[in-house]
Design a protein around this ligand. Structure first.
Ligand code: C2E
Ligand code: CA
Ligand code: CA
Length: 447
């Protein structure tokens, strides 16, 4: 009995895969360890260690290889941590580990973090290319006792977030202003939820212009005005919504509103942005079809814009959504083309209709003689040729100057979008300018 009780306790407090303590044990022990700060040792360094590119190992080499790697890593981290007495190591889940180490000062903590990075850094060779494995680390230094364990871990996590966003294989220490940034995110998150309940968003539409200056299509862009903070860019709140589980609801709003506002247009095509999370969700394509049908919108007039991350990853949902959308007549545009790792192989796997040359290339098309301009120009030319050989449409985004447009034309690009040729505007304005009779049709419909 005694031994089976011991065994059960061990199971409850240890990670099955790696054998190191789990989250439950970490939370049980951390308060006790924190009490020793300032008495038994000067400071406690809490490190959040998170592997970089681990998902690629799982995706391409399989879960067994991923498991084996985690076991090895846990063992090496445990050995490294053992050199500092009183250290606790735990696996929080996934590819995230926490180390709580009594240290003398920041320098000792930095040394430990550097050792962890060394341990995790390795190159895994595959049949096609290689995976550069590494880790990012967030550190919080605690120098007074009785601090709250979950607050400490949250801070280490914020520092980790900073480390990841500064590029991989980095160490970031927690700083008080991160708490501030975190609170702002919380405020924004709360009002985002609130706005979602009230449908308090709008869509605007940006013209896409061809070589003759005609406008065959527009891109729908989401707009949100925060009650206190004013207009907030979707580039900020969409990633937040993805992280906090709100993107499906926002995506539904976008599709519903876009179909409603544009179903009665006859000529203009409409591009709608779709998040990677949506593409990865089983049944997403069916939901798009439902919403289009409800509004009486013809799929053939719509383009779904996805980034390449939306097409990456395993699981059958992505390919299925893609095929369903295309088979019902939607076009698919590969957005931000050329910024990811695998644009080329994706073109082979997914029959997209059009690619969109990323704004970063367009803005680097310098004035004549500017450094790097010729290289970027060559890149753009290569992308256009690639698109042609796959018989795809190609459009450039972020076109701001006449010079950029000229160079794009020279490279063979035939469609342009940007402040030079038109700012985003409400549906009514688009219809008035580019859809003769549309507003009348709308009136007739509602009457
Ligand atoms: P994106 O899909 O690359 O959209 C183009 C962005 O570039 C838009 O910013 C647009 O206003 C801006 N832009 C257009 N012309 C120019 C130009 O000449 N110069 C410069 N510097 N910028 C220009 P916006 O509307 O802030 O959207 C930012 C990003 O947010 C979008 O990037 C897209 O990734 C995401 N997003 C916007 N609306 C939606 C949506 O309805 N659903 C989803 N999932 N994402 C959206
Ligand atoms: Ca887009
Ligand atoms: Ca883009």
């Amino acid at each position: 009995l005694i031994s089976s009780e011991k065994h059960a306790k061990h199971l409850a407090y240890h990670d099955q895969l790696t054998g190191v303590p789990n989250r439950a044990l970490l939370f049980a022990r951390l308060p006790e360890i924190l009490e020793g700060v300032g008495h038994d040792f000067p400071q406690l360094a809490v490190l959040c260690v998170d592997l970089d590119h681990f998902k690629e190992v799982n995706d391409t080499l399989g879960h067994d290889a991923g498991d084996e790697l985690l076991r090895q890593l846990a063992e090496s981290l445990r050995t490294a941590a053992a050199t500092i007495s009183g250290t606790l190591i735990a696996r929080l889940g996934g590819d995230e580990f926490v180390l709580a180490c009594p240290v003398c000062d920041r320098i000792e903590a930095e040394g430990l973090a550097a050792r962890c990075i060394d341990i995790a850094t390795r190159t895994i060779h595959r049949a096609h290319g290689q995976i550069e494995l590494g880790c990012s680390i967030g550190v919080v230094l605690v120098d007074e006792p009785a601090a709250d364990a979950s607050a400490i871990l949250r801070r280490a996590d914020m520092a980790l977030y900073r480390a990841k966003s500064e590029g991989r294989s980095r160490v970031a220490f927690f700083e008080p202003e991160m708490d501030e940034a975190f609170r702002t995110r919380r405020v924004i998150e709360d009002s985002l939820r609130d706005s979602l309940r009230r449908d308090a968003f709008n869509m605007v539409y940006q013209p896409q212009v061809d070589l003759h200056g005609r406008v065959p299509s527009v891109e729908a862009l989401l707009r949100w005005t925060h009650p206190d903070l004013g207009e907030i860019s979707p580039a900020m709140f969409i990633p937040l919504a993805e992280e906090r589980g709100m993107i499906m609801a926002i995506g539904d709003f976008v599709l519903r509103r876009v179909f409603q506002e544009t179903a009665h247009w006859r000529h203009l095509r409409v591009a709608v942005n779709v998040s990677a999370v949506q593409m990865r969700t089983a049944g997403f394509a069916a939901q798009v079809l439902r919403l289009a049908a409800q509004a009486g919108a013809d799929p053939a007039r719509y383009e779904i814009e996805v980034t390449e991350t939306a097409l990456l990853g395993d699981g059958p949902a992505i390919a299925e959504n893609f095929e369903v959308l295309r088979s019902f007549g939607f076009s698919v545009v590969l957005d931000d083309f050329g910024t990811g790792y695998s644009s080329l192989s994706l073109l082979h796997r997914f029959r997209v209709d059009k690619i969109k040359i990323d704004r970063s290339f367009v803005s680097a098309l310098g004035e004549d003689g500017e450094a790097g301009g010729a290289e970027v120009s060559a890149l753009v030319g290569a992308i256009v040729k690639l698109a042609r050989s796959f018989r795809l449409g190609v459009i450039a985004e972020g076109v701001e100057t006449e010079e950029q447009r000229r160079q794009l034309v020279m490279s063979g690009c035939t469609e342009f979008q940007g402040y030079l040729t038109g700012r985003p505007m409400p549906a009514g304005d688009v219809a008035e300018r580019y859809e003769p009779g549309a507003n009348l049709r709308r009136l007739a419909q509602t009457a």
